[in-house]
Ligand binder design. Structure first.
Ligand code: CAA
Length: 285
């Protein structure tokens, strides 16, 4: 059953997709990065190039190595090109409708032995798997932002995921130079189950006027040694994503302790989504 993975398909060329493509290419694998938008693919490739250029400048890699890594990444807007992949990681928009359609398509395009992994942070793996005829080969592979820097990958077993699928995905995470952990398919898995209520509580502190934004962030940075304050981190992740994950926890557990802070809702409704829109809890540029 063990198929050697030589080519990784990545669906989505955004923040997470391009990071996953970079990490795969850096571990020596061929990469096909697919997105519906040429623009997103261009930006994704641009981002990878910038990070590699920085590595060259710092003396961490040679210009030849950089070119070799970039040479391993192909971009395409044609889904069918993913037929050449031995393993696919989906990192498209965090929407059920979009992900279900992608998995239905991948199920037709990819050969039957190919594992289809999703980088979802909030949709149950089992619910995505049910849209394919290979639910045993669907699994969660949750990377953290920024992907090239963060060591962790949560490998999430859906109720239908097979042991072979789990093992291959685990080994691939190791090949990527990451440290995998195993999580079961419950809302938020492990990372977001713990992180998001913390970020949400920081937003409640701001909402209740317990502290100013800078003070809330300073407390967590200097008092708990977090590399970033929770409000700055929420801006980095995207406030729409934070809200979506809180809603997943709230509805998934039917538990009011996960209710999203009304201030978070107000920001998202106003289009203040964090760094990506230039404004969240802080202003950018
Ligand atoms: N892409 C690639 N590399 C990056 C990067 C990026 N976006 N941002 C920083 N780096 C690299 C830098 O080049 C630098 O590399 P070297 O060590 O080789 O020089 C290194 O990371 C450290 O960067 P900086 O010195 O510029 O800044 P820093 O020390 O403040 O680190 C940070 C930046 C890594 C983002 C750090 O602040 C951090 O760890 N923040 C917390 C991040 C976090 O919690 N992520 C999880 C978010 S939750 C999630 O992703 C799950 C979900 O589903 C929502």
């Amino acid at each position: 059953m063990d198929m050697e993975i030589k080519t990784v398909g990545v669906v989505g060329g955004g923040q997470m997709g391009s990071g996953i493509a970079q990490v795969a290419a850096m571990s020596g694998l061929q990469v096909i990065m697919c997105d519906v938008s040429e623009d997103v693919l261009r930006q994704g490739l641009q981002k990878i190039t910038e990070i590699l250029n920085r590595n060259v400048k710092k003396g961490k890699m040679s210009p030849e190595e950089k070119e070799e890594i970039l040479g391993r990444v192909i971009t395409t807007v044609v889904n069918e090109d993913l037929a050449a992949a031995d393993f696919v990681v989906e990192a498209a928009t965090e929407s059920e409708a979009i992900k279900f359609q992608i998995f239905r398509d991948l199920d037709v395009i990819c050969s039957p032995g190919v594992i289809l992994a999703t980088n979802t942070s909030s949709i149950p793996i089992g619910r995505i798997a049910a849209h394919t005829k290979r639910p045993d080969k669907v699994i969660g592979m949750h990377f953290m932002n920024p992907v090239p820097v963060m060591k962790l990958v949560e490998v999430i077993r859906g109720i239908t995921t097979s042991d072979d699928t789990f093992k291959s995905t685990w080994d691939l995470a190791l090949k990527f130079g990451k440290t995998p952990v195993q999580a079961q398919d419950y809302p938020g898995f492990i990372a977001n189950r713990i992180l998001m209520p913390m970020l949400n509580e920081a937003i409640f502190c701001l909402y209740h006027g317990v502290g100013k934004r800078e003070d809330i962030d300073t407390v967590m940075k200097l008092g708990l040694n977090h590399p970033m304050g929770p409000l700055a981190l929420a801006d980095l992740i995207g406030l729409d994503t934070c809200l979506a994950i809180m809603e997943t926890l709230y509805h998934g557990f039917s538990d009011s302790k996960y209710r999203p802070c009304p201030l978070l809702l107000r920001y998202v409704e106003a289009g203040w989504l964090g760094r990506k829109t230039g404004r969240g809890f802080y202003e950018y540029e």
